[in-house]
Design a protein around this ligand. Structure first.
Ligand code: TXE
Length: 475
């Protein structure tokens, strides 16, 4: 681990095996941090907050973030290779993610010295009032396994831009790229303690950090159960949180949609990362007029997906990252059949599909009703549920009938309809005639049970600032 600018072994002396999901073999060991390590990390982050990090000017802090961006660019291929082994995401997708990541750091590095405050003409004579934006303090970033370093960067870059110091607790299932990132932070020359990386279990070191008095705010991405545990514990300590908890995002395709664009985008929206994506478009609503043609073309598209070795450039879908997730998806498939859904398509092993590993091909279910589990719950796997609709009002009602609200997709050539409907859809992101676009520059986050707070964009920096109002009286 990296704590206080130094390599740090777990005080317990215990290590955990990290599995390569394509083989289910241990390919790396990660430290199993305990309460004692949490203590050291919190102290290091707290010391840097008022010390070395605060002494740098905003421009100097931004320059360090630019330097880190350069190092991420230099090591992009290595990071892609690490994640492909650690979480099984296809190398083609990882290369794109890591090609973009330096830009993310440059975006937030560029914001550091542009956080202007206000002078407020309060309604009193002889008063000069102004605001200051100050860092909230030490930020704990708890991250999942599906895009470990990208999601860590969504949290750490805006927190650093705000002047906070950070502790990252990556998923025990995919910590390796974040551990490499910690080395790059040191190489970039960040003062000790500004970014600390602590690995291990959520219920051990994770909870110790959430509860720690020196941690001021927690930003979490993960599942609902983990999110609930973290926000409950944080609430007990009156600590604010940002929560990104996944979704069950609807994609609505109207009869007038451009199917040449919609079909491949819908397929990517659900099947990339083997469906292990918070914004996966997992509920497809097709208008009656295009239902049959769309489904036929989508199945052709899904049939062409190469499921296999994540390190092969042709692979579009790698394995499921964890055995627990693999079994969870199997239980969804079982229930979908039990509850009467029709499996309209099930993919097959591709030629480079290895024999072992946690591989699951794409599935498309029709004959789905709104009560079915496959329609209501997040599967977090390559499973698409499809429903037919007739009218616009019906589509919106079905789309919004979900406890989640992370994202939604809308396919239509009717501009009036697009302008009408984007307001109706209860989701933090609405993609019109597109899907899955994410940028450092625009906010991402959930409505309803998909979470609260925002990542990315200038809003992400505001999550880590607190406003001070300063009054001066003069005569
Ligand atoms: O995530 P967890 P899991 C969903 C997906 C999946 C489910 C569970 O539906 O089936 O989550 O996946 C840390 N105190 N998503 O179990 O447990 C944990 O160590 C402190 C959606 O892998 O939520 C890890 O670092 N920390 C998602 C992080 O939380 C705790 C991405 C996430 O792990 C903790 C991944 C605790 N009590 C899965 N419990 C998305 N939103 O994109 C867990 N952690």
């Amino acid at each position: 681990m990296q704590i206080g600018g130094k390599a740090h072994n777990p005080r317990s002396g215990e290590w955990l095996g990290s599995l390569n999901p394509a083989t289910e073999e241990v390919w790396a060991m990660i430290p199993r941090a305990s309460v004692e390590d949490a203590e050291v990390a919190a102290a290091a982050a707290h010391e840097a907050l008022r010390g070395a990090w605060a002494k740098l000017t905003p421009t100097q802090r931004g320059a360090l973030m630019f330097r880190l961006a350069d190092l991420l660019e230099r090591d992009a291929e290595l990071l892609a290779q690490l994640d492909a082994r650690d979480n099984g995401k296809p190398i083609s997708e990882l290369r794109k993610q890591y090609a973009y990541l330096p830009q993310h750091w440059r975006y937030f590095g560029g914001l550091v010295d542009k956080l202007e405050a206000q002078v407020i003409p309060v309604d009193r004579n002889g008063v000069f009032n102004f605001t200051r934006h100050e860092p909230v303090g030490v930020v704990l970033a708890i991250t999942p396994w599906n895009s470990p370093l990208v999601i860590a960067s969504w949290k750490v870059a805006p927190a650093l831009a705000a002047g906070c110091t950070t502790i990252v607790k990556p998923s025990e299932h995919a910590s390796i790229s974040t551990l490499h990132f910690a080395k790059l932070v040191a190489e970039a020359g960040f003062p000790a303690g500004v970014v600390n990386v602590v690995t291990g279990y959520g219920h051990e070191v994770g909870e110790a950090l959430v509860a720690h008095a020196k941690v001021a705010k927690v930003t979490f991405t993960g599942g609902e159960a983990g999110g609930r545990a973290v926000s409950t514990l944080a609430a007990k300590h009156l600590k604010p949180t940002v929560m990104e908890l996944g979704g069950k995002s609807p994609v609505i395709v109207f009869d007038d949609a451009d199917l040449d664009r919609a079909v491949p985008t819908v397929a990517v929206g659900i099947f990339s990362s083997s469906g292990q994506s918070c914004v996966a478009g997992s509920r497809l609503l097709l208008q009656a007029g295009i239902y049959d043609e769309f489904l036929r073309r989508l199945i052709d598209r899904a049939r062409a997906i190469v499921v296999g070795d994540p390190l092969s450039a042709e692979t579009a879908m790698g394995p499921i990252t964890t055995r627990a997730q693999f079994e969870m998806i199997q239980s969804h498939l079982f229930d979908a059949h039990e509850q009467g859904a029709i499996c309209a398509f099930k993919g097959e092993r591709s030629s480079n599909f290895p024999s072992g590993g946690l591989f699951l091909p794409p599935h498309i279910f029709t004959g789905v009703t709104p009560q079915m589990r496959v329609w209501r719950e997040e599967v977090f796997g390559p499973v698409l549920a499809v429903m037919r609709f007739e009218t616009e009002a019906e589509a919106v009602a079905i789309a919004n009938d979900s406890p989640f609200g992370l994202a939604a997709g809308l396919w239509t050539r009717d501009l009036d309809r697009a302008l009408r409907l984007h307001k109706e859809l209860q989701a933090g992101t609405v993609w019109i005639n597109s899907y899955r676009g994410v940028s450092s520059m625009t906010p991402l986050g959930g409505f309803k049970r998909s979470g609260f707070g925002r990542e990315n964009g200038q809003e992400a920096v505001r999550e880590f600032l607190q406003t001070k109002s300063v009054w001066m009286e003069y005569q």
